[in-house]
Design a protein. Structure first.
Length: 156
């Protein structure tokens, strides 16, 4: 049996104490709740996103899976095929990694949601915008720089 005392690793925080920043569109505010060096986790990253009414986050996809849980407000989530899914408080959206999980948020009334990612690696939390006509994906070089993503370790 170990002689070292047991030390708690439990983290208890207040969302109100975490500074927000502008999200991927100007009408979004984002707070990373856990999964960053100052609030570390083993594998998960959780954020809170707030959207202003009438905001549109264009069709996009991520190279990691994501789960969104709607806290309040309402929106329409649109998939790669153009299907509309109305969401409101209590709804959740699972977006698998890759273009087949592409989604767009058309916010009707102010929207608050939890954003749960399957990694805390910042350089894997990219967002690729999809051109709806050509289905070509792209990412801004500045976004790659911000996410330290010009070069990253292969996972193969």
């Amino acid at each position: 049996m170990s002689e070292e005392p047991l030390v708690s690793a439990l983290q208890v925080r207040r969302q109100a104490d975490i500074e927000g920043r502008t999200g991927v569109i100007p009408e979004q505010t984002y707070q990373t709740l856990v999964g960053v060096p100052e609030r570390p986790t083993d594998r998960v990253r959780v954020g809170r996103a707030s959207f202003k009414a009438k905001a549109l986050e264009p069709l996009h996809w991520h190279p990691i899976e994501a789960l969104y849980y709607v806290i309040s407000g309402s929106a329409t989530v649109r998939d790669i095929e153009g299907n509309d899914y109305p969401v409101e408080a209590g709804s959740f959206v699972y977006a698998p990694a890759g273009i087949e999980g592409a989604h767009e948020w058309e916010v009707e009334e102010e929207l608050e949601l939890l954003d749960i990612r399957a990694t805390n690696e910042t350089n894997r939390k990219f967002q690729f915008t999809v051109d709806k006509e050509t289905l070509r994906s792209f990412i801004d070089l500045g976004e790659l720089d911000r996410r330290d993503g010009r070069r990253f370790e292969s996972h193969y």
